[in-house]
Design a protein around this ligand. Structure first.
Ligand code: FES
Length: 940
């Protein structure tokens, strides 16, 4: 391989680089030099994480071939902009304004903003947004608003209109409810936080590089995987197949549902050896000495397959003559009824107004900017140590153990700094894969998937189809509701019982619906496998129920906001699960939202009077907190010799802020000791060092870890307390033989919670809930059908806020995912949807700068410091504010998400022809009434 040598001025210093002119890009070369602040996400120039400044011009370095860079060019990377001890104002502002969540995009944004401010020292917010749009800087976590806030603040410092001190957070006396920045932000804004692929470059010599060979068809029998050519390729250590997996090769996917049908549960294989059931399953795993060699060898693996019929939509998989995806399991394998009150059929017939409709939602892709990366090795204690993006470290150890043939206590999981997840990384298939390679090779191994591989390998939000009916009387009071929803979870899915529970029990959350007959169905297909995603089941059901609310309001001639108001539950009234709500803040929330709604409405009406298709949409919703009666969490607090505190937990941080949550709870819980934030050390997310705090999902972490921290703090302070009420020092504790480290625990086992009844759906599953009303003002271009969200507001009750920056981060980010879900995001075409751009990720101009988050902080009597959770409250129903806004703007309803321009345009054209493109009622496998009767007659 002939190489070249080039002199470059990098960050103000002349350096020589040696490179392969045929393939090396500037980004790859910089990273090889240790400048890993330049991140690689998409590698095709659409995410902006690799932004650097080359000879004064902002470029995306992942597509810049080094051979095209002139000698002595000046390159400025994030490392040359500022350092942890000498922050640039942009870096400080990103920390202070909460512009960093996972932080993977942050170096690229900061470099990009630096280039902007060189060109335009006093940009307007709109100019900042236009710059990031033009330069493709993409963030999946923040919703962009806090990034623009930071740039505006930093530009003032750079112009001398403010000092850096003025944009630096100063600790307030009470950390709880403050805007204390997250501790991890400092390394992230300086580009010195090592994410998975950065760690790959810094692994010791003797580390094997892995590449996956993925199935390219959705359903097939494997006749043979021919690895003969691949094995002969340079540098190859081994090509592994299913037979090389040391355990059962099965990744269980416990449905955990009493009504699950069939003689087995859907499962996946670590390396598939018999039947491929979706595109993107691993059929072979190649290990070689370099990444280049392993990828070259992977291309030589041949798949000899017998192609089987594939069901890419659950409407096909539920057809009576459909073949089974798993021989032992019917395609429709779980039914969860939701029943309340009297029989709905007769009530509907006697109601003044009834509407019905059929709705679909897509397999929403999570689209983190960082693709899947895993390292694994044997540690010095003989543990299989896996560094990955785990979102449930304890749970994962157990679920993967039989598959790889190691007991959970021999598996150690460490969470790498993670470039976003939003739920997909609860699935541990990739950790098992890399562990398998370590077992085969007895070498450390590292795997970085390309973004395309990541897209096809990882799970997605389950798709859905639903039929629904809703009835009310003349006064607008709802009399009865029916729905029948199918969740298309691909061939396998994790925690389906929870998913169905969320989907059925969150229908009409916050309302009083006296009579309900409904069903949730889980169906296997050959599409993407189902996995957690923020909102977990609730966006699917709100796609049906929040549309029906609007449709019924329209039919009854009542304003959609007021129609919802009329039907809000009052104290004592119950949810569709027949349990009183834990709280009743809905009227309060709506009262706060009403003036904003009226302002949006007036603005939209004025625009429509001028011929502009502008509308306002409303959607109400919320989510639960915790995973229910079997939830538990542990943390540990230790008093150190110097009087500082170390907190140990596994609050997995995907960017949501496990670090600041931990710090906030610790300082607050230890308030009597006067512990300051800088006196707290965090040891997080290493199962060898931390007790199991549970999964980072179900908006549970702040709640469960908060209580566990209070318990640990109480135990520690009780141990430290002297008879006179003062506290022992570490030295005094040691001298008296008193332990200095305490485990705190919280569980919900005896909290009187009732899991959802598999025969009726009755239940009271979680200790508290969250509530939110969302408003969106949208404008539709009649020529293209493109919808633009002009502004948005979320009035939310998450209890007492722990950290304002983190909660607002979840809010802005969640709303941005909702806009994407409503308008653009999809993973329908498993061949085409292979990068963030084609999947419809919202860029900055797709998200309004005018987003208001209004917190109604009703303290939770049974929450730590009065808090509940927060995250999923902001990604439950807000997409329907956009869809309902389109109806208000145009008079056409979009029933099947996403509302892409061509779909809206077709609906507008149909309306002009006097037609309606509403889908016909879906056949979901059986009649709702008959199925409910069958369930009543055959309880489990
Ligand atoms: Fe921007 Fe995560 S903070 S992608």
């Amino acid at each position: 391989m002939p190489l070249e040598r080039l002199l470059l001025n990098i960050n103000g210093v002349e350096r020589a680089v040696v490179f392969d002119p045929e393939k090396d890009t500037l980004a790859v070369t910089l990273r090889r030099m240790g400048l890993t602040g330049t991140k690689l996400g998409c590698k095709i120039g659409v995410c902006g994480s690799c932004s650097v400044i080359l000879d004064g011009k902002l470029i995306r370095s992942c597509t810049k071939k080094l051979k095209n860079v002139p000698e002595r060019s000046e390159v400025l990377t994030i490392e040359g902009i500022g350092t942890p001890r000498n922050l640039h104002p942009l870096q400080q502002a990103f920390i202070t304004y909460g512009s960093v969540q996972c932080g993977f995009c942050s170096p690229g944004f900061i470099v990009s903003a630096y280039a902007l401010l060189q060109e335009n020292p006093a940009p307007s917010r709109e100019e900042v947004r236009a710059w990031f749009q033009k330069n493709k800087n993409t963030c999946r976590c923040t919703g962009y608003k806090q990034i623009v806030d930071a740039v505006m603040a930093a530009s003032k410092v750079m112009r001398g209109e403010a000092t850096i001190d003025e944009i630096t957070y100063i600790h307030e006396s009470d950390i709880y409810g403050s805007s204390h920045p997250r501790p991890a932000a400092l390394a992230k804004v300086c580009g010195v936080c090592d994410y998975g692929d950065d760690i790959k470059l810094k692994m010791p010599e003797g580390t094997a590089h892995l590449a996956v060979v993925l199935s390219e068809v959705p359903h097939a029998k494997i006749i043979d995987i021919d690895i003969s050519e691949a094995e002969k390729m340079p540098g190859v250590y081994k090509v592994m197949l299913g037979k090389d997996v040391k355990g059962s090769n099965i990744m269980p996917n416990h449905t955990g549902h009493k009504r699950a049908l069939g003689d087995d549960e859907p499962y996946s294989s670590i390396i598939v050896d018999k039947v491929i059931r979706k595109c993107g399953e691993v059929v072979a795993l190649v290990a070689a000495d370099t990444e280049e060699h392993t990828r070259a060898a992977a291309k030589k693996v041949k798949q000899n397959l017998e192609i089987l019929p594939a069901y890419m939509d659950c409407l096909d998989a539920v057809a009576p003559d459909a073949l089974r995806i798993f021989d032992e399991i019917p395609n429709t394998h779980i039914l969860q009824p939701q029943l309340k009150g009297e029989d709905t059929k007769e009530i509907m017939e006697n109601s003044d107004f009834v509407v019905e409709g059929s709705f679909s939602s897509q397999h929403q892709p999570h689209l983190p900017i960082e693709p899947e990366v895993v390292q694994a090795y044997w540690d010095t204690e003989g543990n299989m140590t896996i560094q990955c993006k785990a979102q449930a470290v304890g749970f994962s150890r157990f679920l993967m153990s039989a598959g790889i043939g190691l007991t959970p206590d021999k598996i150690r999981i460490i969470v790498n700094p993670t470039g976003g997840s939003f739920g997909y990384s609860v699935f541990q298939g990739s950790y098992a894969l890399v562990a398998t390679a370590v077992q085969n090779l007895n070498m450390p191994c590292t795997l970085t998937m390309s973004y395309e591989e990541h897209q096809h390998y990882t799970g997605k939000r389950t798709g859905s189809h639903s039929n629904g009916r809703l009835a009310c009387n003349k006064d607008g009071k709802i009399t009865a509701a029916e729905w029948d929803i199918v969740l298309d979870h691909g061939p396998y899915a994790l925690v389906l019982a929870h998913l169905l529970a969320s989907c059925t029990a969150f229908a009409y959350h916050g309302y009083n619906i006296p009579n309900v007959k409904a069903l949730g169905r889980a169906v296997s297909t050959n599409h993407a496998h189902g996995v957690s995603y923020r909102g977990f089941g609730s966006p699917q059901i709100y796609t049906c129920t929040e549309a029906l609310m609007d449709m019924l309001a329209d039919k009854a001639g009542i304003d959609p906001f007021e129609f919802r108001y009329i039907n809000m539950a009052k104290p004592g009234e119950t949810s569709v699960s027949s349990s009183p709500y834990r709280e009743y803040p809905m009227i309060q929330i709506m009262d706060i939202a009403r003036p904003i709604y009226l302002e949006y409405k007036a603005s939209a009406e004025k625009a429509r009077a001028e011929g502009i298709l502008r509308g306002v949409g409303v959607a109400q919703g919320g989510f639960n907190v915790t995973i229910g009666s079997h939830d538990s969490a542990e943390v540990a607090l230790e008093l150190n010799a110097d009087g500082t505190i170390t907190h140990y937990n596994t609050w997995e941080d995907m960017g949501q802020g496990g670090d600041i949550g931990t710090l906030t709870h610790t300082v607050k819980a230890l308030e009597p000791l006067g512990i300051k934030p800088e006196q707290v050390h965090l040891v997080l997310n290493d199962t060898a060092r931390c007790p199991d705090t549970g999964i980072a999902a179900a908006s549970r972490s702040h709640y469960m870890a908060g209580f566990a921290t209070l318990d640990a703090a109480r135990k520690l302070m009780d141990a430290m307390r002297k008879p006179d009420g003062s506290y022992r020092t570490h030295a005094e504790m040691v001298a008296e033989g008193i332990p200095v480290k305490y485990i705190g625990r919280h569980d919900l086992h005896n909290d009187g919670l009732r899991e959802q009844d598999p025969n009726t759906g009755v239940g009271d599953r979680t200790p508290t809930n969250m509530y939110c009303v969302n408003l969106a003002e949208v404008e539709v271009d009649p020529l293209t059908g493109k919808t633009k969200v002009l502004r948005m507001v979320a009035v939310s009750d998450c209890g007492v806020i722990g950290n304002l920056l983190a909660v607002n981060g979840q809010a802005y980010g969640g709303l941005s995912h909702c806009i994407g879900f409503a308008l653009s995001e999809d993973y329908l075409d498993v061949r085409k949807h292979n990068n963030i751009d084609v999947c419809g990720i919202p860029h900055i101009q797709d998200i309004p700068d005018d987003i208001k988050i209004i917190h109604v902080e009703n303290p939770r009597p049974n929450g730590p410091q009065g808090s509940s959770g927060c995250s999923e409250n902001f990604q439950a129903s807000a997409h329907m504010a956009v869809i309902n806004g389109i109806f208000n703007a145009t008079g056409v309803r979009i029933y099947e998400l996403p509302a892409k321009p061509e779909k809206v345009k077709a609906a507008l054209e149909a309306k002009a022809r006097g037609e309606n493109l509403a889908p016909k009622k879906y056949f979901l496998g059986s009649d709702l009434y008959e199925e409910i009767e069958n369930i009543k007659n055959n309880p489990v």
